[in-house]
Design a protein around this ligand. Sequence first.
Ligand SMILES: [Zn+2]
Length: 340
Amino acid sequence: MKSRKKESLVVAALAAAVLAVAATLALPSHGQSGASPAARQASQEVARTADATKAADANKPATDATTNAATRANATAATSTTNAAAASSASAVAFADAARQNAALRDSLDWVFGGKQQRGWTIYEPLIARTVAAQAASESNDFALAVSRWQSSFGLQPSGVLDRDSWMRLVAEWQSRRLKDHTYPSPDQLVTVSSSEFYDTARPAQLRQVERTTYAAYRRMIAAAVADKSLGLRADADGSLAADEKFLKIVSAFRPKEYQDQLRRQQPEAGRAALAVNSPHFTGRALDLYVGGYDPVSTKDDNRALQTQTKVYQWLVKNAESFGFRPYYYEPWHWEYVGN
Ligand SMILES: [Zn+2]
């Protein structure tokens, strides 16, 4: 009884996969935006299979509560396995059109951030891959499949296409995870960090302060980065970054309000960050770290593209969160300590 039920589940899932493949072959690609018909069809078929399974399970007479629960657990496991297998085999063809659209959109999608026109999402690929749990390059079918799963979990059409709606949803998600507590620290909450830990060793003591728990977390993170030999960071015997190592040194930390006011008076033409009236740097919990590029803190696209390709940046994307740091997606160097 149980094995026959499993067999019928497998048959149903395979049928769904075959239907999805058939749909792809029957429907030519027109490069339209939104869900490709094949992808839509595949996910609908998989969903239908799951529904049929649920219905079959519900109709089963309840003889013994324990047995029933165990059977249900087994059936669910079998369903998710067969569904995953069906989705994966269908993805190779079902998401081919989505993959083609992603390959174009990554360099061409028009969007606006901070009142400024932006183009494409290539710069953000390491962050995107982390968030949607993609293991493959952004032009691949597997990447589109990962995007579609992420879209499903956010109630979006699971097209696999990182179009404007999905992209803006991703940006909103990253922004929502940033530091929310903007309390100005009292002097005893700040520590003055040695100039050797700064990118600019001539930085005055007033600008070398960091909020205490943030600094402790930064030190733990540096120790882990140094221990990861794949990054090739030069370190001293005590495990701290060597004097001639630039990567992960602090570019900027706590900014006293007086300093920001002074900056605003001296440089009326300075960028948005310098003029910010409520910068996270007022908290002492935001750190600008050196992650490469021709300028440590320039938002020019070509500079950020260099930064997000460095091993160190990509290590931060994967590991900073476990030390309590979250990214500001637009500035690869800017990390905020929110704790664990
Ligand atoms: Zn910053």
